[in-house]
Design a protein around this ligand. Structure first.
Ligand code: HEC
Ligand code: HEC
Ligand code: HEC
Ligand code: HEC
Length: 436
């Protein structure tokens, strides 16, 4: 299911990536429509070209296996109809609230002649409106930097890619998956950048790819993805309209099972690191927890500082809105520089070992009380094992062995409603015995 042939360890060159920062949906360039990409001499070939930089069968792959091609059609199904009815919407497929994530919902003025909303999450929803780059990028004369300058979105850069994917897979302050939408019947969203990047790929990492775009690195993608996820969520909390719903903060930002749990009592145990007592709704800090492992491996003192700031954030939510805003701003400031450090870090053996040890140690520290954190930790362990394998710390057999022991983590997080911290910690301890 995931890539097999990526070699890690080469420092990623990402000097070009600042050219375009607006998300595709916010850019000024017209979106010309999937049909503009799909000609058989462009990306619409039925099989991969041998003598081209890119495969050129991206359209066929997207159409036949990528769920993004179905994203709009889903809005016509019974589940969507029920969600729309519950929310009092006329119809799901005409509501911006749904189309922002299930289509390429750019303003009418930015839609070219072949643009078709029914294409769902099409090429330009991720690669940016092609008005300026369509002909130049196909000429074979333009460099990747030229294409970026002409409006191509830097999907290869982990931070930019994380912002893009998370705009729909977590929601951002302009595109929210609110608790009201959840309440109406929308599935809970869950995302991890490295895992999700490789689920339905229409691209291949080969020699010329590395030359044009640098070497991908799964551990780095995971790390940067967690940092961007944490900051996207805080940005929503800090936004006056998106972060609040009446007298309550937007509930989707909080740990779902702080509220959605049985009422029999005698179950409460403290979660160290939050400073919170019983009966409090906790901010969902799963990404912050994961990113702390990364930062701690880069710079121990900076990791401690972030842990302290996250604790302040938790406590501030029991004091008031102004205190919360202040504490959230402090965490944001730390994240901004830390994400850049993670992006530039070399995920070598020493660093990976520290990250893995830190993830495992949190089990004993009682940090996996909340389902969301355990779920993210399972995906993190998976990303780190693969990275160990790719940079030669583990042989293929050893990695396979470790992966099968890590299955216990996925077992323990399979049933969200039946999640038990004790089972998860047992699984972590079994894994600990085999960690390199
Ligand atoms: C913030 C972005 C976002 C918004 C807003 C949003 N969705 Fe979704 N929706 C998603 C994502 C992402 C998934 C896929 C989740 C996954 O599989 O990980 C999804 C999944 C779904 C599914 C389940 C699809 C399946 O394959 O089972 C339905 C139905 C759905 N959305 C309907 C709606 C409707 C109706 C609205 C508007 C009221 C809406 N969505 C608003 C992002 C969004
Ligand atoms: C959900 C987002 C998304 C959609 C939709 C999407 N892509 Fe991509 N595409 C990516 C990502 C991520 C990569 C890999 C990172 C990179 O190389 O930029 C990529 C890579 C590519 C590459 C580069 C391969 C290389 O060797 O440099 C091409 C070409 C491409 N996509 C074409 C298309 C076409 C054509 C469509 C529509 C049929 C499409 N993509 C739809 C996200 C998307
Ligand atoms: C414009 C919104 C949008 C963007 C941007 C987007 N996605 Fe999605 N994605 C969706 C929706 C909606 C679905 C659900 C579609 C469905 O179920 O058919 C989905 C589904 C998926 C799935 C399938 C999930 C599953 O449970 O099988 C993967 C994997 C995925 N997206 C990865 C990515 C990655 C990686 C990126 C960034 C490169 C990305 N997406 C960017 C909206 C988006
Ligand atoms: C502060 C408490 C609180 C938090 C946190 C919270 N919820 Fe809720 N949720 C509620 C309440 C209260 C209702 C019931 C509203 C009603 O009955 O109309 C509800 C209803 C729901 C429903 C509808 C259940 C039904 O009866 O069909 C879903 C689904 C849901 N929440 C999902 C989530 C998810 C997913 C999260 C985390 C991202 C979350 N909730 C976080 C309090 C919360």
């Amino acid at each position: 299911m995931r890539r097999l042939d990526v070699v890690f360890g080469v420092f990623f060159v990402s000097g070009l990536v600042q050219a375009q920062t607006a998300l595709p949906i916010e850019g000024k360039d017209k979106h010309l429509g999937v049909a503009s990409c799909a000609s058989s001499t462009c990306h619409g070939s039925t099989s991969a070209f041998a003598d081209s930089n890119v495969m050129q069968n991206e359209f066929a792959l997207w159409q036949s296996q990528d769920p993004h091609a179905e994203a709009y059609q889903i809005l016509l199904n019974d589940q969507s109809k029920r969600i729309a009815r519950n929310l009092g919407l006329k119809s799901a497929h005409e509501a911006d609230m749904c189309l922002d994530c299930h289509g390429d919902n750019v303003p009418a003025s930015a839609r070219g002649e072949k643009f078709d909303m029914a294409d769902g999450v099409g090429c330009e929803a991720c690669h940016g409106g092609s008005e300026r780059y369509l002909s130049s990028h196909a000429s074979g004369q333009a460099s990747h930097a030229d294409n970026l300058a002409a409006g191509l979105y830097a999907t290869e850069d982990p931070a930019r890619r994380a912002e893009l994917c998370l705009s729909c897979h977590l929601g951002n302050k302009n595109q929210m998956i609110t608790h009201r939408i959840m309440g109406a019947g929308h599935p809970r969203l869950s995302f991890e950048l490295d895992t999700f990047t490789w689920l339905y790929p229409h691209f291949e990492v080969d020699e010329d790819y590395v030359q044009r775009k640098g070497e991908p690195n799964g551990a780095r993608d995971w790390a940067v993805g967690q940092g961007v996820s944490a900051s996207t969520q805080l940005e929503t909390l800090l936004d006056d309209s998106a972060g609040w719903d009446g007298i309550f903060p937007e509930l989707v930002l909080f740990d779902c099972h702080a509220c959605h749990r049985s009422m029999f009592g005698n179950q409460w145990v403290p979660r160290r690191g939050t400073g919170l007592g019983p009966g409090v709704v906790r901010y969902n800090d799963a990404s912050l927890l994961m990113f702390r492992h990364v930062l701690a491996a880069i710079d121990g003192a900076a990791g401690e500082k972030l842990a302290g700031q996250v604790r302040d954030l938790h406590v501030s939510t029991t004091r008031g809105r102004n205190e919360t805003v202040q504490a959230a701003r402090a965490v944001m400031a730390t994240l901004q520089s830390a994400i850049a450090r993670a992006n530039a870090a070399e995920f070598d053996r020493g660093m990976l070992e520290k990250i893995m040890a830190s993830i495992l140690a949190d089990g004993e520290r009682g940090q996996y009380r909340d389902y969301a954190a355990a779920e993210q930790a399972s995906m993190a362990v998976d990303a780190v094992i693969l990275a160990f394998e790719n940079n030669g710390v583990l042989s293929a057999d050893e990695a396979e062995g470790m992966r099968s022991r890590a299955e216990g983590l996925f077992e323990a997080t399979k049933d969200e409603d039946g999640y038990r911290q004790s089972r998860f910690v047992e699984a972590l301890n079994r894994l600990k015995m085999s960690a390199p």
